[in-house]
Design a protein around this ligand. Sequence first.
Ligand code: CP
Length: 308
Amino acid sequence: MEFRRKDLLGIAELDPDEIRHILDTAASLKEISTRPIKKVPTLRGKTVVTVFYEPSTRTRMSFEIAAKRLSADTLNLTVAASSAVKGETLSDTAHNLEAMQPDVLVIRHYASGAPHYLARRLKCGVINAGDGLHAHPTQALLDLLTVREAKGRLDGLNVAIIGDIAHSRVARSDIQAFTKMGSRVTVAGPATMLPPYLESLGARVTCSLEEAVAGADVIMMLRLQLERMGQMFLSTLREYSRFFGLGLRHLELAQPDAIIMHPGPLNRGVEISPEVADGAHSVILEQVTNGVAVRMAMLYLMIGGEKA
Ligand code: CP
């Protein structure tokens, strides 16, 4: 199967066969990262530019490692030390970077739709590494890969996504991804953090963490995004943690082999207890490992592989 898209902007635009193809490609490329020499020449001569207007550890580093493991050249624009601070627009910045002839531009931006805006204007491929509250497609793909590895399938699973749904682009992309692949998704959080469109995405909605985790095969905890919210969303951290913090006692409600996920970074002791985050059910670091594999797959499918 050929991946024919110039850009990766969201999960909504992908069909299940394309998602399976990306996951299969990631699964086959993952082995490269276990070799003594973690490098293949597949993308030699290609250039990957990453531009992050918001902080990132996992996404930015894993795109860079993914590109390097495939032998692409990488350039990172540090926005805080770029001409953006002198007032250069996103469009001008992107067109100037494109004039240096990269093959792919990976962008994270605080504005929902920024990658889509660039994708319409640039000839090079654009990968959305997280835009505002909207989408984080490579996170959803690495989450799917992690669940598929742990459970052997993606259909018929009960997936609970819990926490600050309103501010989470991961939640939106994960709901779309898991429902597309045949899982049942339940989202839970305080009423103030449950936007009205969730049911239209195919999710069941509850304000009870206990109800969401009952019988769950997969429990995805989300970070409380304090930097994006005002006072009206929650009263105190202690109260939030009491009702929506995942502890060991909640695991007894889930399936015995339930896995615990979190896209990171963690607020330890707020949305997840350290015992759960570091416990036997946690696959949080497997998610990070799979982030490299999924980003290798996307780069390979978009600018190498069949198109090389
Ligand atoms: N999951 C995720 O997007 O993490 P970073 O913000 O560190 O990239």
